[in-house]
Design a protein around this ligand. Structure first.
Ligand code: ANZ
Ligand code: ZN
Length: 827
């Protein structure tokens, strides 16, 4: 035990931990209070990288901390193993996605073991395992029974490269999230989950998360759901029997609606164009082609040229009776509201841009003032629409009302006249879950000519994926499962006639929407999860993961939890009580990537510096939400510090169990203060500060050892070094375990228990105050350094020795110099 050797320590302790399994959770009869700490589970798309290393280091601090505090901590891990990365990689290398996936899992698992993640290895789950996805299918069937899973034809986002459908959420600025190919539209019959039924609850239940989830994530969720309130207004279109409804958030501006726009790719546009002159029809046809190629996000962008086609039709403004020219344009979306709008160019920027591009009238109906109280410039001239609050003008009976009053008044009037009603709209769309790819959970539905859509009976689950061998996995627009003839052709579960299995597979976000429940009882083969176990552990007390999942994964998990609540399967409505989003690991200020040539390999870092130094560096780098620039941190410095801490244990000469109360009081004060503050710091995720404080304790301990008045045999030194081992156990488990052994203890330090903090040792340091009477020192008082002058004066005068020296004389002056001196002059 001469030299600090990180690698020898790893060799020494791994097998010991394997056999002692200190993080096994939920054992029968374990009375410790329960806590569920969950790290987002990884895709097995290669070995662990620096991003994983950060996330798992931080999650581990939290999990290990609660174990040390005496909790039975559920800290599980598994693999989100289905999905495109595995399938594409497998196609590229000509391998079976299954073998490729499990090989990667084995590699990641070995790396996690070496990285000393405090996972409960008895609860591992893998979503591509039929024993897992059979419950995906089971849950799908429950949703199907409730009408929450349904099929409909629709225009969907289509990635021409991956040849698959993408959810809106997977289209990033018009490009496929995975391969950056521009996304197009395709009409297909697809499976959806009816998440829109839960829009209000998804919004309203966020009140439960306020303060314990990052504000940023809450507002991203809120925007994604996008609840807006306004009114539906019916407009008559000349030459059409049925009126057309539009959605507006500003019914108060009806008198300023000067034209009418329908989404170019809507059925209504096609119908209205059909009666238009031949030239208009042609122009319209060409325009629609062009529009279909653009993404929604592009279409809504304010800085886009406002293109459109005048359909030579007129709507009638119900307030003014004036005709409004009807245009087809791409800035109105077919699937939001009613796919048609009343355009109010004076007060809506996109309408104004369009009006200016096509010479349409602009009429101001709200008098909006600037900060100086002056009217804002006329939008028709300035090109800037005035969207703010103000007083209505040119608006018949609404004139003189403020915006909010006018909205209410107009909504009421529309309702009375039967031409409109208050309504709510959401940006959220139903969740498109079908994928035309192989590597996913098959949808458990059979299509029968006689019976239609038939659910696969529960007892026939899982519907297992057929072997990949012999199937053409290359994307081609229909599922590769269609080629598995033996698999596809089945007897109808209902009539027994010839039928075909559904060949789509589920979006992998379905797999990850309930995995946290499965961890509570991963081996149950008769139910998706054991309800009693779920009640014991859930909701997750601490969820840790990247902000990349701020919208989709969290929203879907919240949705599933609410569905399960409605099914009576769980008693709570939110799955994750607290959320920590760690930042990213960068190199030289930018994201790491092979193409940039700035990739830092985790395995090389671990070889060079040792696991503990890397873990400590992750915790010490700064607030966990911030990005870590690997160019700015020093794993070598971390390793040096760990060696310094480790040498303390080597130097201690007292025996275990020696009574610290007989040791150095100043060192004890530092030890107890550090243990006390570390609780607060770790619980509020200030890991870097907690590490810094541990460093101070190490320094103070070294000083005490070197101080001839204290020395290595002082029991307070042992107490301090034991505290260092326990604190370091959160970040540097190998070093801590080795220190613990050097100190004469049995493994595992991780289960040693948080030392009791003695409140008596937490009182602030005191200073000595000299009290003089007539220039002569009569008493010395121990007082807090921050004591006030009045308090100190009273304390000095209360002293028996001072009273004796005064011998009843009255006082002439009392000079107080807090906290060190009081000088009393008697009369
Ligand atoms: C008239 C108006 C006047 C509007 C005004 C706004 C300001 P949110 O908040 O997102 O719900 N709109 C309605 N349906 C649309 C569609 N399918 N595509 C594009 N735009 C659409 O926005 C609702 C507002 O967006 C609606 O209110 C409508 O324009 C427009 F001073 O109606 B408004
Ligand atoms: Zn049938």
């Amino acid at each position: 035990a001469g030299r600090y050797d990180a690698h020898a320590m790893q060799e020494r302790w791994l097998p010991v931990w394997d056999s002692l399994a200190p993080f096994r959770s939920g054992a029968a009869g374990d009375e410790r209070p329960k806590k569920y700490v969950l790290d987002m589970f990884p895709y097995p798309s290669g070995d662990l990288h620096m991003g994983h290393a950060e996330a798992y280091a931080l999650g581990d601090v939290v999990a290990r901390y609660w174990v040390q505090r005496g909790y039975d901590v559920l800290h599980p891990i598994g693999w989100d193993a289905f999905g495109l990365p595995a399938e594409n990689a497998a196609i590229k290398r000509g391998l079976d996605p299954r073998g490729w996936t499990y090989d990667n899992i084995a590699q990641q698992r070995a790396s996690m073991r070496r990285y000393a993640c405090s996972f409960d290895w008895d609860r591992v789950l893998v979503t591509c395992d039929p024993q897992y996805y059979r419950w995906n299918q089971w849950l799908f069937l429950r949703m199907h029974e409730k009408g929450l899973a349904y099929r409909r034809p629709s225009l969907v986002n289509w990635c021409p490269n991956d040849q698959t459908v993408l959810a809106n959420e997977q289209v990033v600025q018009g490009l496929c999230e995975r391969c950056d190919t521009p996304v197009t539209k395709k009409k297909l019959t697809q499976w959806y989950l009816r998440i829109t039924d839960y829009a209000d609850r998804l919004l309203d239940d966020m009140s439960q998360l306020e303060g314990s989830w990052p504000d940023k994530v809450l507002s991203m969720q809120r925007n994604w759901i996008g609840r807006s309130t306004g009114a539906d207004v019916r407009f008559r279109i000349e030459g059409r029997d049925e009126p057309v409804t539009v959605y507006t958030t500003r019914p108060d501006t009806l008198y300023g609606a000067t034209f009418f726009v329908v989404a170019a790719d809507s059925d209504l546009a096609a119908e209205l164009a059909a009666d238009a002159p031949e030239q208009v029809r042609q122009e319209f046809g060409a325009y629609v082609e062009q529009v279909r190629a653009a993404s929604d996000i592009d279409r809504l962008a304010t800085d886009r040229p406002k293109t459109g086609v005048f359909l030579h039709r007129y709507a009638v403004n119900p307030a003014t009776g004036e005709p409004m020219p009807v245009w087809a344009a791409d800035y109105v979306l077919a699937d939001y509201g009613h796919g048609a709008i009343m355009a109010v160019p004076a007060h809506d920027q996109r309408d104004l841009d369009f009006a200016r591009a096509h010479d349409l009238p602009v009429r101001v109906v709200v008098d909006v003032r600037g900060e100086d109280g002056e009217p804002l410039p006329d939008p028709a001239e300035s090109g800037v629409a005035t969207a703010g609050d103000g007083v209505l003008v040119n608006s018949g009976p609404l004139t003189g009302l403020r915006k909010a009053e006018a909205i209410a008044a107009m909504t009421e009037r529309l309702a009375e006249e039967g031409t409109g009603a208050a309504t709510t709209n959401y940006r959220l769309r139903d969740w498109l879950i079908s994928r035309q790819r192989y590597w996913g959970a098959p949808i458990p539905i059979v299509h029968c000519d006689a019976c239609g859509e038939v659910r696969v009976p529960d007892e026939q689950l899982p519907v297992e994926l057929p072997p990949a061998e012999g199937l053409d996995l290359k994307p081609k627009g229909s599922s590769p499962l269609g080629g598995a003839e033996d698999w596809v052709n089945v007897d109808c579960p209902s009539c027994g006639g010839a039928a075909r299995r559904d060949t789509d597979t589920m979006d992998t976000f379905v797999d990850s929407s309930w995995y946290f429940l499965r961890f509570c009882s991963p081996d149950r083969d008769d139910v998706p999860f054991d309800q009693a176990e779920v009640e014991r552990w859930m909701p997750v007390g601490q969820y840790v993961g990247g902000v990349t999942h701020a919208i989709l994964h969290l929203l879907y998990s919240r949705f599933f939890t609410k569905v399960l609540f409605d099914l009576g399967m769980v008693s709570f409505t939110e799955p994750f009580s607290r959320l920590l989003n760690q930042g990213m690991v960068l190199m030289g200020g930018s994201a790491m990537s092979k193409s940039r040539g700035n990739l830092v390999r985790l395995s090389e870092q671990l070889d060079e510096h040792g696991v503990d130094a890397i873990r400590l560096t992750m915790a010490f780098a700064g607030p966990p939400e911030d990005d870590i620039d690997w160019a700015d941190v020093s794993p070598a410095g971390s390793a040096k510090f760990l060696a310094r801490a480790w040498r303390l244990a080597r130097d201690v000469t007292s025996q275990p169990g020696s009574d610290p109360a007989t040791g150095s009081a100043p060192l004890r004060a530092v030890t107890h203060r550090t243990l006390h503050d570390a609780q607060q710091l770790v619980e509020s995720f200030r890991f870097n500060v907690a590490v810094a404080r541990t460093m101070e304790l190490v320094n103070a301990t070294r000083k005490a050892i070197d101080d001839p008045g204290v020395g290595p045999a002082d029991p307070a030194v042992r107490e301090a070094v034991e505290a260092v081992a326990i604190l370091l156990g959160l970040y540097a488990p190998y070093t801590a375990e080795d220190m613990w052994a050097q100190l004469g203890h049995e493994p595992c330090v991780a289960r040693a228990g948080w030392p009791a903090v003695d409140p008596a040792l937490l009182v602030e340091d005191t200073v000595t105050c000299v009290v003089q009477v007539q220039g002569k020192v009569r008493d010395r008082l121990e007082v807090p350094p921050g004591i006030g002058e009045d308090e100190l004066r009273e304390l000095a005068l209360a002293s028996e020795r001072v009273q004796a020296a005064l011998a009843g004389r009255s006082l002439r002056t009392v000079v107080v110099r807090a906290p060190k001196l009081v000088n009393i002059v008697p009369a």
